[in-house]
Design a protein around this ligand. Sequence first.
Ligand SMILES: *[C@@H]1O[C@H](CO)[C@@H](O)[C@H](O)[C@H]1NC(C)=O
Ligand SMILES: *[C@@H]1O[C@H](CO)[C@@H](O)[C@H](O)[C@H]1NC(C)=O
Ligand SMILES: *[C@@H]1O[C@H](CO)[C@@H](O)[C@H](O)[C@H]1NC(C)=O
Ligand SMILES: *[C@@H]1O[C@H](CO)[C@@H](O)[C@H](O)[C@H]1NC(C)=O
Ligand SMILES: *[C@@H]1O[C@H](CO)[C@@H](O)[C@H](O)[C@H]1NC(C)=O
Ligand SMILES: *[C@@H]1O[C@H](CO)[C@@H](O)[C@H](O)[C@H]1NC(C)=O
Ligand SMILES: *[C@@H]1O[C@H](CO)[C@@H](O)[C@H](O)[C@H]1NC(C)=O
Length: 402
Amino acid sequence: MGIPIILSRLLVLSFALVAAETTFSTKGSTKSYPVSLNGIDLLTASAKTISSALANGTVTSLDLVDAYIQRLAANDHEGLTLRSIIEIAPTAHEIARELDAERANGTVRSAIHGLPIVVKDAYNTDPKLGMNSTAGSFALLQGSHAKSDAFVVKKLRDAGAIILGKANQDEWSGQRGTNNGSAWSARGGRMSAAYVEGGFAAGGDPGGSSGGPAVAVSAGFAAASLGTDTEGSIIGPSSRAALFGLRPSTGMTSRTGVIPISSSQDTTGPLAKSVWDIAAILEVMAAHDPEDVYSAAAEPFRYQNYTQFLDPNGFEGLRIGIPREPFWNQTQYGYRSAINPAVNDTLEKLRSLGAEIIDPVVMPNADRWRYEFVGGAVRNTAGRAQIRELSSFYLRFHIVHD
Ligand SMILES: *[C@@H]1O[C@H](CO)[C@@H](O)[C@H](O)[C@H]1NC(C)=O
Ligand SMILES: *[C@@H]1O[C@H](CO)[C@@H](O)[C@H](O)[C@H]1NC(C)=O
Ligand SMILES: *[C@@H]1O[C@H](CO)[C@@H](O)[C@H](O)[C@H]1NC(C)=O
Ligand SMILES: *[C@@H]1O[C@H](CO)[C@@H](O)[C@H](O)[C@H]1NC(C)=O
Ligand SMILES: *[C@@H]1O[C@H](CO)[C@@H](O)[C@H](O)[C@H]1NC(C)=O
Ligand SMILES: *[C@@H]1O[C@H](CO)[C@@H](O)[C@H](O)[C@H]1NC(C)=O
Ligand SMILES: *[C@@H]1O[C@H](CO)[C@@H](O)[C@H](O)[C@H]1NC(C)=O
């Protein structure tokens, strides 16, 4: 376990409220990197903690950008070679300085003002930020560039977030082809989970297709990230990286300017280290976008403020159904035996918090689910049909041909 070695050192050091950064080097890398910034542990700090450290002056956005970039330099393509990031924004320092100056001047745009985040490479970013937008593919690298920020990227930047980099992903969000599978793109290479010693080859597949956004946050390279999800691409990598991830209902958050798969299934959402982080980012993302045809239908269900719903007693009275068949069927899904007791422990925990667990819930059409999921034969028919038209639309309206 690569990272826990760092963690054990951190435990010794995290008491120190130091003026300068504490630095380390990792096995396999000669580069040193900050583990703690004025007492803020960059590996474990949630966006909420970082946000409050920015608010009370413990750290600046410029400090954070510097520290995250040093951490990336030491462990993303060297050291642990996690390969979570494809590009770092050459403008990040300058933007951090501007946002620090604004804060010093009394303007705080939102709870995420000055927070460095990374976005999956499938998100368009304004070429003025100095980065390409390619979904990990060389096909989109030369001869064209993104027209502007994706709708939700603009929302986040207007709220004061710093787009620190573009995260690696399954190329074309897994639609490139069936060879080379998960956690790989031609531009970004093979990603590895941060918490499995030996990397990808030793079982450290971080999942996909938003593997880079998950690995980057779990390794303390950014405060939070954005992924996209068509059928599990945020949820899967979040769970493998011990993060919170939200797949908002399709339409709740805009897909405009995001390299597409399916109009009826794609969605955009955050990955982060606490539920508050998710709520604070969702709050900024969840806005009506007239260019996204699914957006208007979600309007009655959108709120201006999601952190108001964070309630420690929130499980009280919640009814949760457990469809043991087919989803917990080991023959079909090959779950490792370690997972079932962990699931059961979690259900006990939810029960103790006041949730009503209905176990099992019998799904009348479970056979059909089985057929659809096992071979992957039918599950994505709609997406396969929609990607053709949506890709043409994206290439026509969201990139500029040089
Ligand atoms: C500032 O906020 C950070 C993060 O919550 C906290 O660790 C630190 O103690 C706070 N410092 C002061 C002076 O309030
Ligand atoms: C600071 O605020 C003043 C008054 O609102 C404004 O004129 C100035 O441009 C601001 N400076 C920065 C760096 O935001
Ligand atoms: C964007 O791609 C071009 C190659 O087309 C490369 O020169 C440039 O460095 C890339 N930008 C970043 C920030 O990596
Ligand atoms: C598959 O990924 C490996 C890196 O793990 C790379 O060396 C190889 O070129 C890739 N193969 C194809 C067909 O893209
Ligand atoms: C959202 O609601 C919470 C709890 O009422 C409050 O603390 C927070 O300031 C609100 N956020 C915004 C952006 O108004
Ligand atoms: C689990 O799935 C297998 C294969 O489809 C099936 O034969 C078996 O009956 C299922 N188990 C239960 C308990 O339904
Ligand atoms: C988990 O709970 C279910 C339902 O009560 C039970 O059938 C199963 O054996 C349990 N699994 C483990 C590993 O405890």
